[in-house]
Design a protein around this ligand. Structure first.
Ligand code: NAD
Length: 362
């Protein structure tokens, strides 16, 4: 009996269904060869769910997600639902999903294959070899700390937020980072501002303790956030896994996202609870929806991350190689196309990735 995983797939809106279709076909093709089977449970989320059920994510769909091995998501939103407010906005469905599944760590890998180093806004020699993963704490820190408020008036008017972390919050996110580092190059950089912030001193102490107690095989270094921002631009190739709090992670993951040259390439995951959510970083891109030109690589690499979480590491690696080899072959979707390359459609890119991934799978 082949291993079987049940995956809830939420294609969503705009280009979501196009790119998710390619991701799904890629996982099926690899699973067929590697000896596992996926039971796909397709459901609506975002605008598609508002149209079908009158809500961006129903409790029934959330329950299905809770009983699955993982959730693969496209993107949500679009003009049609822009007039909706509050919990009826398509994006509110995603918040409900992340909260309902207990996700507390956001993972954003950035890989710049050699073939794309010329497409980066940085010099090719500066980004060549970049293969890093930002692990951002998602549910704590200054975005959620209390007290927060604004009071008074005139020159005495004041506003404040509180950056707060408990040892337990730092402990659990650091374990996510160390576990992923074990499946990668075995290096973690913890980013903080411990020279100024007491909360960062706790952050650093807890990460160091977890490291000594349970992850001594991983190499750990600490870096101040100002230096980390500079190093990401000067020499991104030095990083493997970066772990950091909510605010610093928000900024650094977006800075890192620019290194590859297109939003369409970037995968992500929100994990920590019993069921992880895997989704491309990009939105529903209504400007290119239905044209068969969206780049499916972000969605395909999100599916590859899902396979890492399911402990199907060889298949995940084969998919990553498939992407690199398709790009080396010169295939480019419209977002990356330049003279001298082969322009391919969404499905054309998916086909090439699958062909190379199947060859790469031992
Ligand atoms: P977007 O990411 O959808 O698009 C930004 C730009 O990048 C557009 O020019 C788009 O054509 C391009 N792009 C995005 N993905 C691409 C891909 N795979 N291939 C090629 N080009 C790609 O962001 P936006 O335009 O600010 O938002 C559009 C809608 O998506 C809005 O409704 C927004 O709320 C929603 N959104 C959803 C998510 C999500 O579902 N996680 C994230 C961001 C935005």
């Amino acid at each position: 009996m082949p291993k079987s995983y049940s995956i809830v797939v939420l294609p969503g809106d705009g280009i979501g269904p196009d790119v998710i279709n390619e991701a799904r076909q890629t996982v099926d093709a690899i699973g067929n060869k590697a000896g596992f089977n996926i039971e796909w449970i397709e459901e609506a989320a975002g605008g598609a769910s508002i149209d079908k059920y009158g809500h961006p994510l129903t409790d029934e769909v959330l329950d299905k997600c809770k009983s699955a091995h993982a959730v693969l998501l496209g993107a949500v939103g679009g003009e049609k639902w822009d007039h909706h407010t509050g919990e009826m906005r398509p994006e509110s469905g995603l918040l409900k999903l992340r909260k309902g599944l207990g996700a507390f760590a956001n993972l954003r890998p950035v890989m710049v294959p050699d073939a794309l180093s010329e497409a980066s806004p940085l010099r090719a020699e500066a980004v060549r070899g970049t293969d890093l993963l930002v692990v951002r704490e998602l549910t704590g820190g200054i975005y959620f700390g209390r007290p927060a408020g604004r009071e008074g008036s005139g020159p005495e008017e004041r506003a404040y937020n509180t950056m707060v972390y408990t040892a337990a919050e730092v402990d659990r996110v650091s374990r996510v980072a160390f576990e992923w580092a074990r499946k990668r190059s075995g290096r973690v950089t913890s980013v903080d501002k411990a020279n100024v912030l007491v909360v960062s001193q706790l952050w650093r102490d807890v990460i160091s303790r977890v490291h000594t107690e349970d992850y001594a095989d991983i190499s750990l270094n600490h870096m101040y956030v100002d230096n980390a921002a500079m190093q990401l631009v000067l020499n991104p190739g030095q990083f493997d896994v970066i772990v950091t709090g909510n605010l610093f992670g928000d900024i650094l993951s977006d800075a890192a996202a620019t290194l590859g040259g297109s939003l369409g390439l970037l995968p992500s995951a929100s994990v920590g609870g019993p069921v992880g959510i895997f989704e491309p970083v990009h939105g529903s891109a209504p400007d290119i929806a239905g044209k068969d030109i969206a780049n499916p690589v972000g969605a395909i690499l999100s599916a590859s991350m899902m396979l890492v979480e399911l402990d199907e590491g060889d298949s995940a690696a084969a998919i990553r190689s498939g992407v690199e080899l398709a790009l080396e072959d010169g295939a480019r979707t419209a977002d990356l196309y330049r003279d001298g390359f082969e322009r391919v459609s969404t499905s054309g890119m998916g086909d090439l990735v699958r062909r190379h991934a199947l060859k790469a799978l031992k």
